[in-house]
Design a protein around this ligand. Structure first.
Ligand SMILES: [Zn+2]
Length: 263
């Protein structure tokens, strides 16, 4: 017990000491180059451990409020509210972003949670999952990205996907995935509602974090669904073949609170 309470101040002191050494004894802080044309990757010399030192706008990737995390030890919080959903049908607009497959959604869908309203912009896929739950990874995770237009902050609903029954929400898209980077597929008349992608039980975990790709901006309220949905191995494989492994390793929680809304 003594050790755990003593260990808390070590991180900020350690960082301060490191910065002191760096500025007082070294050659001064390294001036990072512009991010223009910088290519980040999921492995190798431009992999996740190096993102923060690749260029100046990626420095936040070494911040203390980064995502994803291993979701463990979340505290039930009676003050949290259910996500109020206002999802309207959207046409199908798929973009191969290179590192992920993204569907841009038509305007008009939003969520309100814990007093703030965010408009749905897009959703995309990670294979395998980025968040872990009690150390366990899932074969896929879908991120539904919403933005508060007043503050510019984001709320991202994370849906974990486990192998199982066919996922009927995914099925129409999977026949039309653009195979090469920057390729698109557009069909305004084939519509879907994001409500159908979420698990029936909307219990969620929440914490303050970041984008999981550079520039790793620490502007995200994460809402990770407690209950996974299912998709077949073949469905998951179709996305994985295009995206390859696009999961950032989990980051430290540090002093952030991790809370649980239970329905
Ligand atoms: Zn994502």
């Amino acid at each position: 017990m003594k050790y755990s309470t003593l260990s808390l101040p070590v991180l900020p002191l350690g960082c301060a000491f490191f910065l002191f050494l760096f500025s007082a004894c070294g050659d001064g802080p390294v001036d990072l180059p512009s991010c223009e044309g910088v290519e980040w990757e999921y492995e190798g010399a431009n992999g996740p451990d190096e993102w923060s030192s690749l260029c100046v706008d990626f420095a936040a990737c070494a911040g203390a409020e980064q995502s994803p995390i291993d979701i463990a030890g979340a505290k039930d919080d009676a003050a949290l509210q259910a996500i109020a959903e206002h999802f309207v049908p959207s046409g199908t607009h798929i973009v191969n972003k290179g590192h992920t497959i993204q569907l841009n959604t038509d305007a008009g869908s939003s969520i309100t949670v814990n007093g703030e309203t965010y408009n749905l912009l897009q959703f995309h896929f990670h294979t395998h999952s980025e968040h872990l739950v009690n150390g366990v990874s899932y074969p896929m995770e879908i991120h539904f990205v919403h933005k508060n237009e007043t503050t510019g902050k984001l709320a991202v609903i994370g849906v974990l996907v486990k192998e199982g029954a066919e996922n009927h929400f995914l099925d129409p898209f999977l026949h039309h995935l653009p195979a090469v980077k920057d390729a698109t597929y557009d069909d305004a008349t084939t519509t879907f509602s994001v409500a159908d992608a979420l698990p029936a039980n909307r219990s969620y975990f929440t914490y303050g974090g970041s984008l999981t790709t550079p520039p790793c901006s620490q502007v995200v309220t994460w809402l990770v669904m407690e209950n996974p949905v299912e998709a077949t191995a073949a469905q998951i494989q179709e996305l994985h073949e295009l995206e390859h492994d696009n999961a950032r390793p989990v980051q430290q929680l540090y002093s952030r609170s991790l809370r649980h809304f239970h329905i």
